[in-house]
Ligand binder design. Structure first.
Ligand SMILES: NC(=O)c1ccc[n+]([C@@H]2O[C@H](COP(=O)([O-])OP(=O)(O)OC[C@H]3O[C@@H](n4cnc5c(N)ncnc54)[C@H](O)[C@@H]3O)[C@@H](O)[C@H]2O)c1
Length: 430
């Protein structure tokens, strides 16, 4: 074990990151910055080819070290024999839902692909968000028979808290929760992350670490649902919910601001609470908060449509004849992530009712999902183009959006993000 700690200290440890997405790739960047040699693995050939061509597929991410060190201290490839050269293997693969149930197949697939290359004295760390018990499950299934855990193989769980697009907090300045199955596992995992980030926070078991991650995102999900529910009420009372939240926010204790919007999206906030509620159900525990939050947040896109009809005093037939411009396809500002984004529900409604619409999102040039028969392409915003639409809906307030251009040329804008602060005659904030 001392040898492993020394390797970390001297930056001689070789780190393998499996899954080069929103979580894995920024992790590679920080590891390279700290002076480690890194091998990144992915099953997506396009991502590997992009990286080899120094092309980046994540918005607002500046991969200085990745580009400087690619093909030198940073190798990218499909899983192969090089796994046996690694000291650390970090899993950053997706943990999606399948039929509203946790789908651990990416974790299992990655474990199966690395399994034959595993060797003594390696450390395996899971960073994917998942329910308590998963790390132990992987240990029992793939490691236990081959190694003596805590003696010649080590396993830990350290959830990623990456917030894509966040300019203030990144991997380095966000405390890293660390855990290990045995004391030695914890010692190695903690020592490793202490060399990479400003601060680690040790918890007593991998299950606590797994639960903590899901709890953080469930907290966020429920508070967004509360903001959305308050928005529905404030709408009835003719009050502006953003003004209310911003006033509440002046209280220096006991209140944290969450904002309403067209719904929730991404790979974490809509998904992680279901991992927790699924586990709770299997243990005979009810999770009413989680279920209710999902119901409220999922209902928001169609509620928005209902309110727009009401505000404009249009019946369905009149509404269907209007021409719409949807601005912002990503689920949150300044990212190129379309997963679970509320725009998908709105497009579904529009296509079902044959409504004429275009969308603009400079980060998402095309929308193509199995659900829709046609592909949609982002339009380029210009005065002449904007004038063509009857109704503009601002779903996501990316920083590139030119407010003056929109204000000057839109007949009416429905602002779902308080982008225009309710100050203009042709803007309706909801
Ligand atoms: N995106 C976020 O903001 C965020 C934040 C914190 C935690 N997480 C969690 O981190 C995990 C990864 O999320 P992400 O957003 O980076 O996902 P992602 O889809 O952006 O990236 C995952 C990558 O893993 C690759 N992959 C899938 N199966 C593989 C396999 N068997 N072998 C090798 N590569 C494989 C995919 O091709 C993809 O490139 C999830 O559990 C997620 O919940 C995500």
């Amino acid at each position: 074990m001392e040898k492993i700690l020394r390797k970390i200290k001297n930056k001689k440890a070789v780190i393998g990151v499996i899954g080069l997405g929103y979580v894995g790739l920024p992790l590679c960047e920080i590891l390279l910055k700290k002076g480690f040699k890194v091998i990144g693995y992915d099953i997506d050939k396009k991502k590997i080819n992009d990286l080899l061509k120094k092309k980046i597929y994540i918005t607002n991410f500046n991969p200085v070290n990745i580009f400087k060190k690619i093909n030198k201290e940073f190798l990218v490839r499909k899983v192969d024999h090089t796994v046996s050269e690694l000291d650390f293997i970090i899993l950053c693969v997706p943990t999606p839902l399948k039929n509203n149930v946790p789908d651990l197949s990416p974790l299992n697939n990655s474990m199966q692909s690395i399994n034959k290359y595993l060797k003594q004295n390696q450390t395996l760390i899971i960073e994917s968000s998942t329910y308590p018990g998963t790390t132990e499950l992987l240990h029992q299934k793939y490691i236990k028979r081959k190694f003596d855990l805590g003696k010649n193989f080590f396993i830990g769980y350290s959830p990623e808290r990456e917030d894509p697009g966040n300019k203030q907090f990144n991997i380095s300045n966000t405390p890293k929760i660390v855990s290990g199955i045995t004391k030695n596992c914890l010692k190695i995992v903690n020592f490793f992350y202490k060399t990479c980030v400003n601060r680690t926070h040790i918890v007593s078991s991998v299950e606590v670490a797994e639960f903590t991650k899901l709890y953080e995102n469930t907290y966020r999900n429920i508070n967004i649902a509360l903001a959305n529910e308050a928005k529905i009420l404030s709408e009835k009372l003719n009050l502006n919910i953003f003004e209310i939240i911003n006033a509440a926010k002046t209280k220096p204790f006991g209140f944290q601001a969450f904002y309403p919007g067209p719904g929730i999206g991404g790979h974490c906030i809509p998904v992680d609470p279901i991992y927790l509620s699924w586990l709770a159900k299997s243990k005979g525990v009810k999770t009413d908060f989680i279920n209710l939050a999902a119901k409220i947040n999922n209902s928001m896109p169609l509620w928005i449509i209902k309110i727009i009809k009401k505000k404009l005093n249009l019946n369905n037939k009149e509404f269907y004849k209007k021409k719409f411009l949807l601005i912002g396809a990503a689920y949150k500002k300044n990212v190129n992530d379309l997963r679970e984004s509320p725009i998908l529900k709105i497009i579904n409604y529009f296509t079902k009712n044959k409504i004429n619409f275009d969308y603009n999102d400079e980060f998402i040039k095309k929308i193509e999902t199995k659900k829709f028969r046609s592909k949609f392409h982002s339009v380029k915003l210009s005065a002449n183009l904007i004038k063509k639409y009857d109704i503009v809906i601002l779903l996501t307030d990316h920083d590139y959006i030119n407010s003056k251009l929109l204000l000057k040329n839109s007949k009416i804008i429905f602002d779902l993000r308080n982008f225009f602060k309710n100050k203009y005659k042709n803007v309706i904030g909801i």
